[in-house]
Design a protein around this ligand. Structure first.
Ligand code: NAD
Ligand code: UDP
Length: 319
């Protein structure tokens, strides 16, 4: 019997890659999305598959369907998008978690939450292990996302303890790759698009802040392994250990793209974390997982994607 798997946020960047992966494994996939940051183009190449189904639905409202597994990815992930309607962002994380956990409870489905390294805020401990409780501003402009995701984790663990729901929590660190929205606003897509258009690279602050970038295929592998591992609720960090300053990233992107872009400095947004790198010991031990794709190789694939996209935005479904 095919597993019926629900992917919320399935038309987004990570969600579309996950739907594709699950279909390739023979699952029956239901993609739920309200298309706030996701797009039909991201999943157009899956539409002909009889085991792929799309539902336009907002996870802040209850959903009554029958499923075996749920990946809960619905939530805008880019600061400019999650800050556009911050009340809806918190609702998406919190009401969305309550609704999807309710669905999991009723159907006895296993449910995985796409949590985030943002639960660590602007961390004082480096690299960040899962045991670190974080340093998060509860009233800043990033709080709708950070605190929404923290509250969602609380709900997951309360449903686990109180209602015995079978949960998995992944804390995802910065992930990049093809099908990021060209207007996404996150650093890798911004820099790549700017480099390809020979526009100045927008470096926020002095560019000394760090992030660790995981290529999308590696991340999807980690999510699927976590979902299918027994007796492991998490939280489990999933991300790359290669840490780069934003200035280093800008220089790398310009070099790989063969671009003549210069750099322009813009103000550092409020509460922008100064450093971030996951401790992935737990994922290595319990999931036998670590990223396999180095930043240069991943950037190459991403640059190729955006090159084709910018040349012909209609042409790229499935890339
Ligand atoms: P994305 O913005 O491309 O995808 C999010 C998807 O959720 C979109 O398709 C959007 O339309 C949909 N969505 C938003 N609100 C919704 C709602 N109320 N109801 C239904 N659908 C809704 O972002 P992404 O990078 O693919 O991120 C996917 C998930 O992974 C998010 O939950 C995000 O917080 C988490 N995450 C991503 C990263 C990363 O680096 N990509 C890092 C940490 C966590
Ligand atoms: N950033 C930047 N220029 C951009 C976009 C982002 O310098 O055009 C910086 C941003 O200030 C942050 C880092 O890149 O320090 C990563 O930003 P992103 O929005 O991708 O992710 P997050 O801050 O959520 O990790």
């Amino acid at each position: 019997m095919k597993k019926k798997v629900l992917v919320t946020g399935g038309a987004g960047f990570l969600g579309s890659h996950l739907c594709e992966r699950l279909l390739s494994e023979g699952d029956d996939v239901i993609c739920v999305d309200n298309f706030f940051t996701g797009s039909k183009e991201n999943i157009a190449h899956l539409m002909g598959n009889p085991f792929f189904e799309v539902l336009r639905h907002d996870v802040t409202f209850p959903l009554y369907i029958e499923v075996d597994q749920i990946y809960n990815l619905a939530c805008p992930a880019s600061p400019i998008h999650y800050q556009f309607d911050p009340v809806q962002t918190t609702k998406t994380s919190v009401h969305g978690a309550i609704n999807m956990l309710g669905l999991a409870k009723r159907t006895k489905a296993r449910i995985l939450q796409a949590s985030t390294s943002e639960v660590y805020g602007d961390p004082e401990l480096h690299p960040q292990p899962e045991s670190y409780w974080g340093k998060v501003n509860p009233i800043g402009i990033r709080s709708c996302y950070d605190e929404g995701k923290r509250c969602a984790e609380t709900l997951f663990f309360d449903y686990y303890r109180q209602h015995k729901v079978d949960i998995r929590v992944a804390r995802i660190f910065n992930t990049y790759g093809p099908r990021m929205n060209v207007c996404d606003g996150r650093v890798v897509s911004n820099f790549v698009v700017q480099a390809l258009q020979e526009k100045d690279i927008t470096l926020y602050g002095d560019g000394s802040q760090t992030r660790s970038f995981c290529y999308v295929d590696d991340l999807i592998e980690g999510l699927v392994r976590l979902m299918n591992t027994e007796n492991l609720t998490g939280p489990v960090n999933l991300g790359s250990c290669g840490e780069f300053t934003m200035r280093e990233l800008a220089e790398k992107v310009v070099a790989i793209a063969g671009s003549n872009s210069g750099i322009t400095f813009e103000p550092l947004p409020m509460d922008d974390p100064k450093q971030r790198r996951p401790d992935i010991t737990l994922a290595m031990e319990k999931l036998a997982w670590e990223p396999a794709i180095a930043l240069d190789a991943g950037l190459n694939k991403t640059i190729e994607y955006f090159k084709k996209y910018l040349a012909n935005p209609e042409s790229l479904s499935g890339s």
